[in-house]
Design a protein around this ligand. Structure first.
Ligand code: CTP
Ligand code: MG
Length: 235
């Protein structure tokens, strides 16, 4: 059944982008002359598997986001206070025919199509939940205040990207469970005891979080051209 199920995508885009510094909400900040969210949704639309798309927009910007994405066949809803709220609100609007759901941060606006397709392929192969991951470059330490408590073994750590993919019933159960996971959806699913599978992510799927990330994204786009990032390969 999952082999032919329609794939829907939820795009949490309602964050303020506090770490990016003062300005418009992050989804509407410009990258190579166009809002970040436009790059993100265009990238999703370039993925052959992607069907219905629901975007959770900043509450004050729903009209602006609808206008921005008018040509891309998306549903736009108002997001919530936390990322998890935005995902839940978007999930509630997903058409009934959708059996497989991806959740993709608008802030990962240069994610290669190959990563999207790899997540879908793993779902179609039978996984209940899938996350794209990359190796961790830095040594990661656990701290308490300013004091180091432990050094984690980098070899077993992975940085997790989006899109994260789920069987729809699994994601719905996770969001109804009352668990709080501020930064990703797989965390909610793990709390249910459901196995989460990894696939290779890509450096280009990095999340635009701080000002330096915008510079990096501008440089990447200058190299590949707008809309061309979809052709880059996952590793
Ligand atoms: N997000 C959302 N609703 C929220 C908070 C975040 O839809 N209430 C979305 C963001 O728009 C982003 C993704 O979740 O696409 C990942 O969040 P993050 O990178 O933390 O973005 P912001 O919350 O906007 O940034 P910051 O934490 O710096 O304010
Ligand atoms: Mg945030």
């Amino acid at each position: 059944m999952t082999g032919s199920a329609a794939v829907g995508v939820l795009v949490p885009a309602a964050g303020l982008g506090v770490r990016l510094g003062p300005g418009l909400p992050k989804a509407l900040r410009e990258l190579a002359g166009e809002p970040l969210l436009l790059h993100a949704v265009r990238g999703l639309r370039a993925a052959p598997s992607v069907g219905p798309v629901v975007v959770a927009a900043p509450v004050d910007e729903v009209g602006a986001v609808r206008a921005l994405l008018a040509d891309l066949d998306v549903l736009v809803v108002a997001g919530g206070a936390e990322r998890q709220d935005s995902v839940r609100l978007a999930l509630a609007e997903l058409p009934a025919a959708v059996g497989l759901v991806l959740v993709h941060d608008a802030a990962r606006c240069l994610t290669p199509v190959a990563v999207v397709e790899a997540v879908v392929a793993a779902l179609r192969a039978g996984a209940d939940a899938v996350v794209p991951v990359v190796p961790v470059a830095d040594t990661v330490k656990q701290v308490a205040g300013a004091r180091v408590v432990a050094t984690l073994d980098r070899a077993v750590l992975r940085a997790v990207q989006t899109p994260q993919g789920f069987r729809r019933d699994v994601l719905e159960q996770a969001h109804a469970s009352g668990t709080v996971a501020r930064t990703d959806d797989a965390g909610l699913v793990e709390a249910l005891g459901v196995a989460v599978t990894t696939v290779p992510g890509a450096d280009e799927a990095f999340k635009i979080t701080r000002p330096l990330d915008l510079l990096l994204a501008e440089a990447l786009l200058a190299m590949t051209g707008p809309g061309k990032h979809g052709g880059r390969r996952a590793r």
